[in-house]
Design a protein around this ligand. Sequence first.
Ligand code: SF4
Length: 350
Amino acid sequence: MPGEGGEAVGTAPLHEARQYEKLGDNLVHCSVCAHRCRIKDGGHGICGVRLNRGGVLYAATYGKISSEAVDPIEKKPLFHYLPGTLSYSLGSVGCNFQCEHCQNWHISRATLEDGLLRDLPPGEGVARAQGTGCRSVSWTYNEPTIWHEYPLDMGTLARAKGLGTVYVTNGYITEEALAEIAPMLEAFRVDLKAFSEEFYRKVCRAKLQPVLDASRKARELGMHIETVTLVIPGLNDGMDVMDQLIRWVIEHLGIDTPMHFSAFHPDYKMNDRGPTPLGTLEKIYHRAKELGLRYPYLGNIRSNRYENTFCPYCGATLIERSGYDTRILMLDGTQCGKCGERIEIVRDVR
Ligand code: SF4
């Protein structure tokens, strides 16, 4: 069993990591994400938050948060998981990707020394989720995979209290780490940034295939999955690549997988292009429908029409969304209230 020990960052002692191997000469091999870093004594992984001290790997952000909020679940975005409810949302610092267009760069690029972190033990986090009337806990504002041990412990407690659990993730998690969190994790909201290895290599300094593998595995493990693709003009908005992405989701995750396509706005290091035109997003939306996807959505745009949930059989508006205002109009449990069609939606924590 991993224990605690080593130096202190902040007020709590460092927490020994799970999912790593000692290689000799004080070298360690982390297997939480697909980078599978080999880390020398005194060093840290690509994520910046897993530290080798004397041949022991420590999860330096265990029990430490940079951000805390009570969010509508729709903000993740998750449209088919506990719709219309609040999610207790947490973030820490660091990331295993280096996306040039990161919208949360102030925490994803922050280091342990930047003074953004404060303590929140798992039990206290769960109590705060309950006390704020939330139906779930989300690990969201930075990459939860690199926080592995903390969501694992908090999520296990949260599930025991009847709360749902959500990862908002880039999907760069290994099969073994995913298997470890599977008993506690209900929803896997994964970014599919582009159907292109080149995009992942150049823009995110990562690879696409591990993300596809993890998404497929998450589905096999019974998690609820929704995908998000930020559509960036000139980078991943070609209809041929978008076609491949949608076809892959249909084939491997299923036609009922909600896919969110969001408008890009210049951010962080990517200021060399304008926002995504509405016309591009509309084209993708209609193409997704043509290919057979039942629940495409558009995000970060003014028109609300593309955020509503329609019955794929009779076309009735089941859920109407306006900003983060969600109105469930015609759902009878998980069936269309008009025609009785079964709708792939999670209404209660399992
Ligand atoms: S979580 Fe990923 S990036 Fe961080 S140390 Fe482990 S393998 Fe490296």
